[in-house]
Design a protein around this ligand. Structure first.
Ligand code: PMP
Length: 395
């Protein structure tokens, strides 16, 4: 069959092959970015969905507006206010997961051959999504404090990108957090070069100790002329439920209008039942308790994984302890003649019934084969300790 040429640029992810093995009985998986199903607030969501049906069956079950269900847009506007972002309900659209917001950005902004700057490493599905629209991705280096803004400025000046895509808070896969100074610098660069900055923020609420600095969108207040140059993608997936598929995008009005038009042709609107349920949930006042719970449980798991990695793999692995999110990003050092190629290590690990994801596919350019990503979200502390001990043996 002759498929569209836009598919020529995109391969099915290498990771997908690995995921096929995850059904093996007894395997402990640190591979997926799945929240733990045992953490879902089932009671709260039952109540919210029942209320959605009882109070507004017409809204919850009927076709709805492409921009989103108004009561949810209002709740999301209030939710963003608690995070320092002033946005009118009409200044955001509801999307089917934040993944759809990324797709809509690709559709509305990228013509074949356009340059887009992403972090190296960045979210794999973003790499593939933007490539599907013909983007030429330019990879900006990062460290534990996020994207290196001096390098970013050079790349913006050289490549004149259509936009810059960042996951500033507990990046996937890097776990890195862009510090305050660099967040402001990113906004200054946006203004100086009149470049759109896309802030993808599904993990900002998932911190374990100190709260992260304000989002780039929240900081636009401090940098004149920057608000019209930022798009912010949010999601309920990591804190409440990914199956609800509720995300949102805050963006300049002209961009939101185009994205809404594209969404209309794509899915008409996000499930009204899911939106009405999410609206009732946010209204119920349970969210602060839910956030406290996920922060506590995932924080304990992250601490356990960090300690186990040090204990079981010692100086054969290097990593920063993440302050939030779902992932450890690590590098095999090759110390004492141990393995330094994460692809080989992943195969050995599977033999010992433990899985993680090699890091190379997360780079849009110059992949580092010594890197790997471990999720601490899905397995409990006991399983984490057992799994990391198996990793030690595999290495
Ligand atoms: N962006 C990033 C950085 C992610 O890690 C994910 C989920 N893994 C998404 C977007 C998409 O999440 P969702 O569509 O569930 O909101």
């Amino acid at each position: 069959m002759q498929f569209a040429t836009r598919l020529d640029n995109v391969e099915t992810s290498a990771i997908r092959e690995l995921f096929k093995l995850l059904g093996t009985p007894g395997i402990i998986s640190f591979a997926g970015g799945f929240p733990d199903s045992a953490m879902f607030d089932v009671e709260g969501l039952k109540e919210a969905s029942a209320k959605a049906l009882a109070e507004e069956p017409g809204g919850a079950l009927q076709y709805g507006a492409t921009e989103g269900y108004d009561p949810l847009r209002s709740q999301l506007s209030s939710f963003m206010k608690t995070k320092g972002v002033d946005v009118d309900p009409s200044g955001l659209i509801v999307t089917t997961g934040s993944q759809q917001a990324l797709d809509l950005l690709g559709k509305t902004m990228i013509s074949p051959g356009d340059k887009v700057i992403v972090e190296g490493p960045t979210f794999l599905a973003t790499i593939q999504c933007f490539r599907l629209y013909g983007a030429e991705l330019v990879s900006a280096p990062i460290d534990a404090n996020g994207v290196k803004t001096d390098e970013l400025e050079k790349l913006i000046a050289e490549h004149k990108p259509k936009f810059v895509y960042l996951i500033p808070t507990f990046g996937n896969p890097s776990g890195a957090m862009l510090n305050l100074e660099r967040r402001k610098k990113v906004l200054e660069l946006a203004v100086k070069y009149q470049t759109l900055v896309v802030e993808d923020d599904p993990y900002g609420d998932l911190y374990f100790g100190e709260a992260p600095p304000p989002s780039i969108m929240a900081l636009t207040k401090d940098v004149p002329g920057s608000r019209e140059l930022v798009a912010h993608c949010g999601s309920l997936s990591k804190v409440l439920s990914p199956g609800l598929r509720i995300g949102w995008m805050i963006a300049p009005a002209a961009l939101l209008a185009k994205a809404t038009m594209c969404k209309q042709f794509s899915d008409a609107h996000t499930s009204t039942f899911a939106q009405a349920t999410a609206a009732q949930y946010l209204k119920s006042g349970r969210m602060p308790g839910t956030l406290a719970n996920v922060r506590k449980v995932y924080g304990e798991r992250a601490a356990a994984m960090g300690a186990a990695l040090k204990r079981e793999l010692g100086d054969a692995i290097a990593f920063e302890q993440p302050g939030g999110g779902l992932f450890f990003w690590a590098r095999l050092t090759g110390a004492n003649g141990k393995l330094a190629d994460a692809n080989v290590f992943a195969k050995k690990a599977i033999e010992k019934l433990v899985a993680f994801v090699p890091g190379a596919p997360f780079f849009a350019a110059n992949p580092d084969v010594s890197t790997l990503r471990l999720s601490f979200a899905t397995a409990n502390v006991e399983k984490i300790e057992e799994g990391i001990a198996r990793l030690g043996k595999a290495l």
